[in-house]
Design a protein around this ligand. Sequence first.
Ligand SMILES: Nc1ncnc2c1ncn2[C@@H]1O[C@H](COP(=O)(O)OP(=O)(O)OP(=O)(O)O)[C@@H](O)[C@H]1O
Ligand SMILES: [Mg+2]
Length: 147
Amino acid sequence: MRAENKMQIDFLSKSSNEGFARLAVAGFAAQLDPTLEEIGDIKTAVSEAVTNAIVHAYPDSIGRIRIQARLYAGGILELVVRDWGVGIADVDEARRPMFTTGGEERSGMGFTIMESFMDSLRVRSAPGKGTVVTMKRKIALRGGEAQ
Ligand SMILES: Nc1ncnc2c1ncn2[C@@H]1O[C@H](COP(=O)(O)OP(=O)(O)OP(=O)(O)O)[C@@H](O)[C@H]1O
Ligand SMILES: [Mg+2]
């Protein structure tokens, strides 16, 4: 399926860029005229994926993070969050609720949150190569409302 619109941003894995990434995606998604709840869900999912790339992918260094957003017919928003960091050895294990390698300060709920706030979540990863998180969310078309 061909995207009706798309954007891509690359930024450094600094925690100060987490808010930027969230707002950039929200700004792109705004053309779908989402509800506050929909935009909140999308921002939360982006925040979790980007925080993972900042915290886990590049634990002792600053690396590159890429977000691609694509818009498909029918109001389907696809988000791809990619890093070239340490990768995940066992993705099924990492996706399990409360699984974390982050110690005390992490709750291991990031993937579970992404899964529940988005319609679909796919995680591809290879140790030493990086991680690609792909999420989709359909934004209801709100026809019939006064514009
Ligand atoms: N981009 C990534 N690169 C490398 N490892 C990752 C990445 N994203 C997630 N992981 C691994 O998967 C685990 C689970 O991630 P998840 O987001 O569910 O929980 P968390 O980040 O540990 O805790 P929380 O998100 O609740 O703060 C992480 O602890 C980490 O080991
Ligand atoms: Mg996390």
